[in-house]
Structure formats: structure tokens, C-alpha cells
Design a protein around this ligand. Structure first.
Ligand code: SAH
Length: 462
């Protein structure tokens, strides 16, 4: 049977593919179906046909998989924020472990690598310490709102995959703690009543652009960042004052201003509106000052588990030189500093390096130093061979030249931290002639999404 666009096919989901979609085979032909899981039997409608595979959506679920649970969030299945709420948590963890293991098999051509069971997240809801809600002048209507008199000209919430200008008017997001949802509601009410217009993602006109919330888990305090298209203190200051009045938990309100068209909630300029200038949180024994635009792991408790794994794999005695590639704001360097002779962090972003230095000072750490610049250029300036190299690249993985330099440098041990199993596997392919991949520990920082963080331990071949 050949599969055609718009055709309805009956099929069984036999696996979950990387990217989180269910996989079915129609006479051997692969069909990927969003929002399905192994064990589902369904009628699927083909929406896209390519040479080697097709994509389909659920027309009717004929027999639900035993792995299914009722998603507690009403936006589940529509919202792009998290797509796996309908799969029970133990199976989410197992799918993630398999994605890591299969990426190593298929991309790195490595059989039999020890990939441990995924370390679960301590919390499966309310775990995110940072949320970004978009404003839009076009609201995505939920099925029960279609044909009602719901106001479609305003939305503050999360995106629906496949449309860029329509946004859900999200009442609450279960990935953030509940206070965040009360703040969201308050801001929505204010923006709706305001005489300043909401931003249009297609027209690129309007004032209110994003609401970013950050939560300090350690102190249970919040930062509110209101992102607008232009400067207008009269519009934003009353909102800041209102939030400071209404919520004892809100300790900081800032206004980022951006005229850029891109959908990134980072301002060219920041105005401090109320309270403290930064938020303070803690991972393990260390405190970190977080400003609106600085990078910080989005699951604070999960970051603790991740760094514990890094520490265990690093297995330091106290006299080692450690080099930390892609060090960001220095969190891993700081985590390892007490057990090493010295740590050198390399990072591209100037503000991250400034934060890293500040974080060392405030945590009383004096054996870390940081080098600003592209690792492609800065790594070759490191003269000594480190005893341990920590590598925590962005999603895209490492640059080919950097991988070559790492092999030339030849540190005894490497701890590789990754948020993308596919690029991790690609980098392992480059390292495997010189290094043995001893073990990999997946750590779940993002329940109900298919994202997975992993820590890999490599030892140089003799
Ligand atoms: N290790 C940190 C952050 C990792 S995120 C933590 O755990 O918090 C990856 C970091 O790599 C980002 O801070 C990014 O700015 C940095 N980066 C990306 N490309 C880079 C490059 N070519 N050279 C140096 N740093 C880079």
C-alpha cells in the first residue's frame, strides 16, 4: 500500500522516535504521528508525504496505549510547551534513556555503551524557574472556545506549534510554581485594560511583547521582566508597583525594551522598575545572582542532580587542573573548584564571563579563572594539558576544529555534558578513536518534554 496525503490509515504505534513523535509502519513505510505513544491503535490522517516517510495526525484513537495517562493541563496536545503529559512519567524516562542510547548506536556507531536509567526530576510539575509568555494580537482558540464570543484580539501565553502569530491565552502553566500563574493573571488583566496596544507578531506593531518570570527556588521569590517594544515608563511603572503591592513574593521588576522583530525576549536596554536589581538562587552549596537576561539552568533542583553527576564522573582528588569549555556563568567550574587545584573556564558571551567572575567572588572561590572568546581561538592558548576537561556545548554541539584540538591536547579524562543526544553522539564519533566512552548518565531536567540532558564519562585510550 502506498501512503497518500489526506489518506486515513489505521495503524499501531510501535515506537517513539527522536523528537517525541510516535512511529507506525504501513507496509514497512514509516509514519510519524504527533501526540501518540507505543501501544496506541489509531486512525491517522496523513498530512505530509516525503520520499522516505510520512507525517500524520490522530484522527481517532481506537485503542489507547497502557502508557497513556490523563494530562492534567487543558492545553496539553495544543501547546508547544510540553508535549508528553499524556505519557506516564516512568515511560518518559525510559524513552529518554533509549534516545540517548540509540543516538550513540546510530550516529556514533557505538554498540553496547553503558547508558544508565534516567535520573528523574525531583518534581514533575512546577519545576521550571523561568517562563516566557508571548503577547499577541491573535489568540489561538481552544476547541470549546470556537464559535463563542471569546476576544480573539489579545493573548498572553504560550505558542502553538505550526503557527507563529497565534498564541494561546494561557490561564496557567503547570510547569511553573503556582505563584507564577497568579502573577501571569494579574499581568494579563493589566495589559488587557491598558490603552497601550498588544504586539502583533505579523504586523510587528504594538507595545506589550513578552512577560518573563523567574523564580528563586531557594528563597521562593520572583523576578518579573516586562518586555515592551518601546520605552514608556507611564505604561509599565504602575504595573510594576501593582505587582510589588499584590505579591510579597515579587522582589524585582524590570522592563526590557526591544525593537527587534525576532521573537526573543531579550531587550537592547533594561530599565529597573522596582525592588532589587537581581534574583538570588542556590544550587547545592552555592549562591548565584541571576539578572533578567543571564543564562541559568531552568530546573534548579535538576541542575543540582546534573552537577552531582558531573562531580562524581570528575572524581577529583584536589590537585588537578580542570578546563571547563562552554562554561556559561561558571556554575560547573564553581561546583568543582573546591576539589581541584584550579579551574579555567572558557566562554564566548561577555556578560556570562562577568557573571562567572562575580559568582566566584560571592561564593569565596579564588582558584577559578575565565577566558572570554570563541573556544575555536582561545583553547589553543591553554598551554598545560588539563587533567580533566569538562565540555558542556550548546544544542548544536562542538565545532569540528575544537574537537580536533581536544584530541591533540589529550586530557586523561573528559566529562561531556549535553542537552542534545544527537549532537553528543556526533561529537562522540570524532572522539572515539582517542577516547573510551565509559558510561552515560541521562538526567531529566524537563519532564513532559522529550528533551534530555546527559553526562558522559570518557577516558583517554593508552
Ligand atoms: N556550562 C554552563 C552553560 C552551558 S550552555 C552551565 O551549566 O550553566 C553553553 C554555553 O556555551 C553558553 O554559555 C554559550 O554562550 C557558550 N558558547 C557557545 N558557543 C561558544 C563558543 N564557540 N565558544 C565559547 N563559548 C560558546
Amino acid at each position: 500500500m502506498t501512503v497518500k496525503k489526506k489518506q486515513i490509515v489505521e495503524c499501531d504505534v510501535i515506537d517513539v522516535a527522536f523528537g517525541g513523535k510516535g512511529l507506525a509502519k504501513i507496509d514497512g513505510f514509516a509514519v510519524f504521528i504527533d501526540q501518540t505513544v507505543t501501544g496506541d491503535r489509531l486512525a491517522a490522517r496523513i498530512v505530509r508525504k516525503k520520499r522516505n516517510y510520512a507525517e500524520a495526525v490522530v484522527q481517532e484513537l481506537l485503542r489507547p496505549s497502557p502508557m497513556r495517562v490523563d494530562a492534567p493541563c487543558p492545553y496539553s496536545g495544543y501547546c508547544g510547551g510540553c508535549k508528553w503529559q499524556f505519557i506516564d512519567y516512568p515511560h518518559q524516562l525510559e524513552f529518554k534513556r533509549r534516545h540517548v542510547s540509540e543516538s550513540l548506536e546510530h550516529i556514533a556507531m557505538m554498540e553496547g555503551v553503558r547508558v544508565h536509567p534516567t535520573l528523574p526530576s525531583e518534581r514533575v510539575f512546577g519545576y521550571r524557574n523561568k517562563m516566557e509568555f508571548s503577547c499577541s494580537d491573535r489568540r489561538w482558540l481552544m476547541p470549546h472556545e470556537l464559535g463563542t464570543d471569546a476576544d480573539i484580539g489579545f493573548a498572553l501565553g504560550l505558542h502553538v506549534p505550526g503557527t507563529f502569530h497565534k498564541v494561546l491565552d494561557t490561564d496557567a502553566c503547570l510547569l511553573q510554581p503556582d505563584t507564577g500563574n497568579r502573577i501571569l493573571e494579574s499581568v494579563r488583566r493589566y495589559m488587557r485594560q491598558s490603552d497601550r496596544p498588544v504586539y502583533g507578531l505579523r504586523s510587528h506593531e504594538g507595545f506589550w511583547r513578552f512577560l518573563m518570570l523567574r523564580h528563586s527556588v531557594d528563597r521562593d521569590r520572583w523576578m518579573v521582566n516586562i518586555v515592551t517594544a518601546s520605552e514608556d515608563r507611564d505604561a509599565v511603572q504602575p504595573l510594576a508597583d501593582l505587582l510589588m503591592d499584590q505579591f510579597t513574593e515579587v522582589v524585582c521588576v524590570v522592563n526590557n525594551i526591544t525593537a527587534r522583530r525576532s521573537g526573543v525576549a531579550i531587550g537592547e536596554r533594561e530599565i529597573h522598575l522596582a525592588g532589587e536589581p537581581v534574583l538570588t538562587d542556590r544550587i547545592g552549596d552555592f549562591e548565584f545572582e541571576i539578572s533578567a537576561n543571564s543564562f541559568f539552568q531552568t530546573n534548579t533542583r535538576g541542575a543540582g542532580r546534573l552537577y552531582e553527576t558531573v562531580g562524581r564522573y570528575a572524581d577529583l582528588r584536589g590537585d588537578e587542573t580542570v578546563v571547563d569549555l562552554y562554561c556559561g556563568t561558571g556554575t560547573i567550574a564553581i561546583w568543582l573548584a573546591a576539589k581541584a587545584r584550579r579551574v579555567i573556564g572558557l566562554e564566548l558571551v561577555e556578560s556570562a564571563v562577568a557573571d562567572a567572575r562575580k559568582n566566584c567572588l560571592s561564593n569565596g572561590i579564588d582558584n577559578c579563572s575565565f577566558i572570554l572568546g570563541d573556544i575555536k581561538d582561545t583553547l589553543e592558548n591553554i598551554e598545560t594539558t588539563p587533567d580533566l576537561l569538562v565540555i558542556d556545548p550548546p544544542r548544536a554541539g562542538m565545532h569540528k576544529d575544537v574537537l580536533k584540538q581536544v584530541c591533540r591536547m589529550g586530557p586523561e579524562k573528559i566529562v561531556y555534558v549535553s542537552c542534545n543526544p544527537a549532537t553528543m553522539a556526533r561529537d562522540m564519533l570524532e572522539l572515539k578513536a582517542d577516547y573510551t566512552l565509559e558510561e552515560v548518565q541521562p538526567v531529566d531536567m524537563f519532564p513532559h518534554t522529550f528533551h534530555i540532558e546527559s553526562v558522559a564519562r570518557l577516558v583517554r585510550k593508552t
